[in-house]
Design a protein around this ligand. Structure first.
Ligand code: IPT
Length: 936
């Protein structure tokens, strides 16, 4: 059967550029007739124009049938959902038959049928005549329709098989989503144009391949012939300044418009350059994804992606791991993103069988691989945003890479080649890796990486720029370590930056789970929530990881000195004249002064305003850079960068000696502990006399605070092996024993806290005193040989649920912070409901920790740190959070849990890449937590 042939297609026309042409075209998207069969062998009589399809269903095109109620999606990462036996596929091969009738407009002749994307094998008939078949799901296929078109009614029939020999080339880490998922058109355009537009020192050189003549009215270029070259004064295209010129190519029978951007990508002395200047890629990996529509992404959603990227200081995108919808690339040209366009090739699952029979090295697949590369390059060659071609992802090594690379070098010498899967870099121009640790990136930055066996290849690779095509795996809470990577990228010229894995969580909208991941459709082989690893949630709400990334990628930095701020321009190609700067002074989070700052376009030192009068309290200066005017990707006032400096600390708080309160004489106002029956009272707060536990805090019933070491493991904790070690140790099931309770000036409760079946433990001594507020000084002392990092160090208390609705705090906010994340947080006064303090990770896990909190008001009291504490407030316990598998599993209970922490374990990015850097490991150590509870 054809679907088990190595041949990539039959009957298809030569690939050509995606162009905007004035040639007539007919949009064939819309409602088609559809029938799903479980196997491939059903009769194909449905292709006859007179076939009766009344028993079929309607199906929108573009779409994936599994997201339209026919069959179900399936998620695997590396694993193939079919046996690894190329080119064969199982008999169970979901097969979708499509029919669509259309009327040809009066006077229409000729034309091509164009399919922009069909997953994965399509056979096409027009009016009962077979046009051929095609593979290469995310690449266009065109057929000559002229011989079979007829006036009036025409019938197009398409049979799509989910599995084919080509499936072995499309093992990307994503949902398997068959169907006609991109546009279908009948077009009379046949033109192909390849525009070359380079830039050097203010001058642009333009030429083109194709037929007809080219004009760029704005540049006074008129009637340029193919092959001729012209050099004129131009403004360059960069992602920061996406200057496009409209070119018109008058071809036989049609006029096409191409937007030209003048730019030159080069590699000089091992440094990646754009227009002669170093290019630092601040990138993300983008899959096409929409929570309801899968890879059939609406235009507005593509645009939203680009806008969101731009607004978060992202300047580059790798189209992992296939060419995107062509409109996405137009948006990148227009709004400005550097793009690595990646071929639709991944054979990762062959790695599971020692790369035996890998298509990348199988000559029988040579045509198919070359076909994919050609179709990408031909389709996308006119985009100034595309700066490199990538041969594919995780496809191992093999001779077919050489063919793809040689063809591409010949066709388009202007763009460097990328491929990560071959460490020798034999067929590429850049040294690319994924998830290399900070230490390794630094070694590479210094050109001190481990050598390759082949000295010639080693010398070649050592002279290449380096990039991480994937790093900082944004799965769940995280990624940690972003700032440290960025610091390295900026320090070593060889390092051209990289691309975060990945842009979006691929959670599919689900009626009970909210968002589904692998296994939620009963797939026998799946990779669970590994597909939930994005910087934005499935609905494109930015996650804390994206907010941190925005901070780390800031193109403007502020360095504070005595009465001055130095503004440093980190843009690669523009000055700061598009920005407006302000300085705000806040005392304990209340704004007391705001001034514009006059910053020279080149950056430099600015005097700060004189300190203003105002209330006593911790005083912070915040300097912000915002857009001065509307830009196509964000409105005026959009914040691009900020910095903060501490101006003044408050006078140290005078803690009035406990005796000073004894004169109140009521007992409730004193620091002495009074016993009343089974209760002890300290300053109006009530403790259980037998356990020494606080039971009533200024009238509110409470449980705890008690020492707590547990957090709901993050994906990264799990991947780092920490969860297993923590559970083995029993940190989620600590026991508490009271050893001593003594009263006098306050109350002292000595306890030993330990899990079962180990001699490790912590002595926790709670000292309660009253000075108008209730102070807790908790002394923690580990006993035994603690080896592993611990999840957290702090206390947990719970209150009746209704007691807390909103939390107001002064400290870092508004979002969550962990030791190696939270760069987006700034010092201020914040207020949020308990609900909105939860970060909605699709796969529930530790989240929502606010750091460096000076004080917080909740539940009718104020808790102050001496000096600061970490704060987490939830309507479920850490154990309930850890047990949940989807967000709807988390149901508000009767209690609200308040965690007051001294420290947390770092986050890292161990789901792919390194765990937390050693400095962010939380070791069991002697520590003291000091907090004070008071009525506001
Ligand atoms: C890497 C893949 O390239 C990417 O598609 C994705 O699967 C990512 O891992 C994990 O989310 S490959 C891996 C072996 C490092």
């Amino acid at each position: 059967m054809d679907l088990e042939t190595f041949t990539p297609a039959s009957g298809r026309l030569e690939p050509r550029a995606a162009l905007r042409s004035d040639a007539p075209s007919l949009d064939l998207n819309g409602t088609w007739r559809f029938r799903l069969s479980p196997t491939a062998g059903v009769p194909d009589d449905f292709a006859r124009p007179d076939y009766d399809d009344t028993g079929w269903d309607d199906l929108p095109v573009p779409s994936h049938w599994v997201l339209q109620g026919h069959g179900a999606p399936a998620y695997t990462n590396v694993s193939f959902p079919i046996p690894i036996d190329p080119p064969h596929v199982p008999d169970e091969n979901p097969t979708g038959d499509y029919r669509r009738a259309f009327d040809l407009p009066e006077g229409w002749t000729g034309g091509r049928l164009r399919f922009d994307g069909v997953e994965s094998f399509a056979r096409i008939w027009l009016n009962g005549h077979e046009l051929g078949f095609t593979t290469g799901s995310r690449l266009p296929a065109e057929y000559d329709a002229a011989p079979y078109l007829r006036p009036g009614r025409n019938v197009l029939a398409v049979r799509v098989h989910q599995w084919s020999a080509a499936t072995y080339l499309e093992d990307q880490d994503m949902w398997w989503l068959p169907g006609i998922f991109r546009d279908v058109t009948l077009t009379r355009s046949t033109a192909d144009v390849f525009v070359h537009a380079s830039y050097q020192d203010g001058r642009g050189t333009l030429s083109f391949e194709g037929t007809g003549t080219l004009s760029v009215p704005e540049l006074g270029i008129d009637g340029l012939e193919p092959g001729a070259e012209i050099t004129v004064d131009v403004e360059p295209w960069t992602a920061e300044t996406p200057r496009l010129y409209e070119a018109v190519v008058t071809c036989p029978g049609e006029t096409v418009r191409v937007r030209v951007g003048f730019r030159t990508i080069s590699i000089v002395d091992g440094v990646l350059l754009a227009n002669g200047r170093p290019l630092l890629l601040k990138g993300v990996n983008r899959h096409e994804f929409h929570p309801e529509r899968g890879r059939a992404v609406p235009y507005e959603t593509m645009r939203e992606d680009v806008l969101l990227m731009k607004r978060h200081n992202v300047n580059a995108v790798r189209t992992s791991h296939y060419p995107p919808h062509p409109d996405f690339l137009d948006l990148c040209d227009e709004l400005g993103l550097w793009v690595i366009d990646e071929c639709d090739l991944e054979t990762h699952g062959f790695g599971q069988v020692g790369w035996r029979a890998n298509p990348t090295d199988d000559p029988r697949y040579a045509d198919a691989l070359l076909d994919r590369m050609r179709r990408m390059v031909e389709r996308d060659k006119n985009h100034p945003s595309i700066i490199m071609w990538s041969l594919g992802n995780e496809a191992g090594v093999g001779r077919n890479l050489a063919l793809m690379s040689a063809w591409t070098r010949d066709r388009d010498p202007s763009r460097p080649l990328h491929y990560e899967g071959d460490r020798s870099c034999e067929h590429t121009d850049v040294y690319s890796r994924m998830y290399a640790s900070h230490a390794e990136v630094e070694a590479i930055g210094r050109r001190e990486e481990d050598p390759l066996d082949d000295p010639e290849l080693d010398a070649r690779r050592r002279a290449m720029p380096f990039m991480q095509c994937e790093y900082a795996h944004a799965m769940g809470n995280g990624p940690g370590g972003l700032a440290e990577y960025q610091e390295l990228f900026e320090r070593y010229p060889r390092l051209a930056g990289g691309f975060i894995w990945e842009w979006i969580d691929h959670g599919l909208a689900h009626p009970t789970h909210e968002y589904a991941y692998g296994g939620d459709y009963g797939e026998p082989v799946h990779d669970g929530n590994f597909v939930i690893d994005g910087l934005v949630f499935p609905d494109r709400t930015p996650s804390p990881g994206l907010l941190d990334l925005k901070k780390v990628f800031e193109p403007v930095r502020f360095e504070f000195g005595d009465g001055v701020v130095r503004v440093v321009n980190h843009y690669g190609f523009t000055d700061l004249s598009h920005l407006r700067f302000t300085a705000t002074v806040q005392a304990e989070g209340e704004t007391i002064a705001e001034h514009p700052l006059d910053v020279p376009a080149a950056g430099g030192e600015c005097k700060l305003p004189e300190p203003a009068d105002g209330p006593n309290g911790e005083r912070w200066l915040t300097v912000r850079a915002v857009l001065a005017e509307d830009l196509p990707w964000a409105p005026a006032g959009h914040e691009v960068a900020w910095g903060q400096a501490l101006l003044a600390r408050p006078e140290p708080r005078e803690h009035v000696a406990t005796e000073a309160f004894t004169h109140t004489g009521t007992g409730s106002g004193t620091g002495r502990a009074f016993r009343r029956g089974g209760e002890l009272t300290v300053g109006g707060c009530v403790f259980d006399a037998a356990t020494g536990r606080l039971v009533r805090l200024f009238g509110t019933e409470v449980e705890g605070p008690r020492l707590d070491l547990w957090r709901a493991p993050t994906d990264n904790d799990r991947a780092a092996g920490l969860e297993a070690r923590w559970r083995a140790l029993g940190l989620h099931r600590l026991t508490h024993r009271v050893d001593d309770i003594s009263t006098g000036d306050g109350l002292t409760v000595r306890t030993r806290v330990a899990p079962a079946d180990t001699d490790l433990g912590m002595v926790a001594t709670y000292r309660w005193t009253f000075d108008g507020g209730l102070r807790l000084l908790l002394d923690i002392e580990p006993e035994g040989d603690w080896r592993d990092p611990i999840p957290r160090l702090g206390v947990t208390m719970s209150l009746p649920g209704p007691a807390v609705d909103r939390v107001t705090w002064f400290g870092l906010g508004p979002g969550e912070v962990y030791p190696d994340t939270g760069m987006a947080a700034r010092v201020g006064r914040w207020s949020a409901t308990v609900e909105s303090m939860q970060t909605p990770y699709v796969y529930p896990q530790e989240n929502g920790h606010r750091a460096d909190v000076r004080w917080a008001e909740l539940g009718g009291f104020r808790v102050s740190g001496e000096p600061v504490f970490g704060l987490t407030v939830r309507r479920w316990s850490a154990l309930e959070l850890a047990a949940a598998r989807h967000r709807p599993d988390l149901v508000a209970g009767e209690r609200v849990y308040v965690h007051l922490d001294l420290a947390h374990q770092g986050i890292g990015t161990a789901t792919c890449g390194p765990g937390p850097l050693p400095a962010y490991d939380l070791r069991a150590r002697r520590a003291t937590l000091r907090v004070r509870f008071a009525q506001p």
